[in-house]
Ligand binder design. Sequence first.
Ligand SMILES: [Zn+2]
Length: 425
Amino acid sequence: MIARLSPNSELDSCSFATRRANLCSAGVGGTIVRFAMLRRAHTRFLFVLLILALFVPLRAKASSQSELAYGPLPVFELHSGFWVNLHHTLYHQARLRKDAASPDKTGKTPGPALKTPAETKPAYTAAEQKAWDDAVSYYAANLAAKDLLFSSELVELKNQLSDFEDCDELTGKTKKFCDAGLPPKLAQALEAAAPVYRAHLWPDHDRANRRWILRVAPLVIEQGVGLSERLADIYETHWPRQKIRVDVAAYANLAGAYTTLDPQRVTIASLDSRNQDAEALEVLFHEASHGIAEPVQDAIIRECRQRDKAIPRDLWHALIFYTTGEVIRPVLASSDATAAGKLDLRSAASTSESSSTTTFGSSATSSRENTRSTSAAGYTPYALREGLYERGWKNYLDVLQRFWQPYLDGRATFSDAIARMVSSL
Ligand SMILES: [Zn+2]
């Protein structure tokens, strides 16, 4: 695989801010350098985006997909946007093409891998095939070697495509405010691929996204505020005032979800098996926690410096995995939405497709008799389920259980818990 994350950089690994905080140790250095270089290289691009951003408020504010279905959700704003989905699909296919052309022969332990079902190749016409292949080729040549999380170019592009989700085109041909200010060849590739995507893959992708949104929205409505307050309290900080934008896309990065900061935005793969059912709630709050975990990172660094110890690689990340999992576990067990709903994705999807004004009540009722693969009472947090502690975090689970859990239970202070974890590693 190309530009794999290191085995320890599980999942979304580190958000931008945490990378900049130099907490992710050795393998990250190159990324930081690359980030700085790209910053300079894209100054002009950024300037163009800045100017164009002035036009954005002129257009009508888009309603998120969740708002269409439920009215405003607390904490999150969930979207299924066309351009973001096209972008991630082209990136995904370009990566597959590059991987096929140059398979990894290093024998290194593989990092996180996509957990999405293989899609049936659409029946393209010859013209559609050429347009699609050309767009994939553009991505393979220009973007596929860059990381969705660590490349400022890709982060800015993803954010820009999110902001223009209501536009049918990106160059301002028909509406001036739809000029996204993208590099001409990139805009051309996206616009040429758009009708092909819209005709073939997008209907299924949008359906999967809406299904995912409908599935998780009742849990967010019921538990979102409480979970956000609890997590902010744990990290001794404040939850963001603005709702966190979540772009639900058929594909995300290899981890299945990632978070970029300034502004904080989450991208989650709706087709990824790791993000389904009740687990979706944990993925949402894990990703959101990337934006508020700075006090943990600061405390770990402070303790390490006081003890003249190396900063344990990704300890902060293991900690937010552990914390989100432990906070979510009892919530899911007692959740009305989980217990009564046992929402089935297929059922929710058929409801969502029939109307853009589906209500929470109707979707819950229609799917009540269905079963889910995850029993809330026996909910297994993500890190345990995906075996993250066995992959480079062997000691972390032990110290989290011994020293961090007492803090979560109110039997220790934040600083004591961090100090004891650091001194034990
Ligand atoms: Zn993470």
